[in-house]
Design a protein around this ligand. Structure first.
Ligand code: GLN
Length: 240
């Protein structure tokens, strides 16, 4: 079996499961040799049965709090150390998966499975949410117009090639308590250029080994399952 889990503590977990099901249903021939199982992950036992884990969007402070209360924080930290597991964090999930965080809430915990620094709510108050068709064809074949949805989204403010960075004066940074250091190279998959005249690129998708982080919500792209298919093919099945 290939077990695709989605962390189901809070947020948009059902949508991810539905999108994965749609990918498999719509390509019966292509996936006929695999027996996929799709599970909502709420316990340590369920977590450890997964080949892949998606950490969905929602509210990163709530996900962190519920994980602590349900004793899932340490199992999740152990899970991210296993480099055979595929893990994808979207939006709040990207925040939770990262190694360091700006604008975090005091006490908020991070899993430390992806060597990036992230900033929460990075698009400002005026621009709470927006949709944009983005050209992902450099990494997803022929995908030139993917409908992305950003909702109070984070951006990746730093790629941490050699461990964490120190806070500058006046800057508050939250660090993951996980001592794990992912050694795989980090690949920037997509940056927004000249977004509202911001003079630097805003990184919104990165890959590190079998780890993927996206600021946006591909599980809210109406009837478009290409991103989820790419994740299954490139992160879960490759090398199985
Ligand atoms: N702003 C949320 C957070 O900080 C993320 C929003 C989302 O997942 N859509 O966790």
């Amino acid at each position: 079996d290939v077990v695709l889990g989605v962390l189901a503590l809070q947020g948009a977990f059902r949508e991810h499961l539905e999108y994965f099901r749609k990918v498999i249903e719509s390509h019966p021939q292509e996936y006929s040799q695999y027996n996929f199982r799709f599970i909502e992950v709420k316990t340590e036992e369920q977590l450890n049965s997964c080949d892949s884990l998606v950490i969905p969007g929602g509210e990163s402070t709530s996900i962190s709090l519920i994980a602590e209360r349900t004793h899932l924080l340490q199992p999740l930290m152990d899970f991210v150390k296993n480099e055979q597991k595929s893990i994808w964090g979207t939006c709040a999930g990207l925040i939770f998966l990262s190694k360091q965080l700006k604008n975090g809430k005091v006490g908020q915990k991070l899993l430390g499975g992806l060597n990036v620094e992230v900033a929460r709510n990075a698009f400002g108050r005026q621009i709470d949410s927006f949709e944009s068709k983005l050209d992902f064809s450099t990494f997803i074949r022929d995908c030139t117009d993917f409908p992305t949805v950003f909702i109070r989204a984070p951006v990746i403010t730093n790629v941490l090639h050699d461990g964490v960075t120190e806070a500058k004066e006046g800057e508050e940074i939250i660090y993951s308590a996980n001592d794990y250091n992912n050694k795989a190279p980090i690949e920037i998959l997509y940056s927004l250029k000249n977004y509202h005249n911001i003079d630097h690129d805003l990184i919104v998708a990165v890959r590190q080994g079998r780890r993927l982080g996206t600021s946006f919500h591909p599980e809210l792209a109406t009837d478009d399952y290409r991103f989820h298919k790419w994740y299954i093919d490139e992160f879960v099945l490759k090398g199985l």
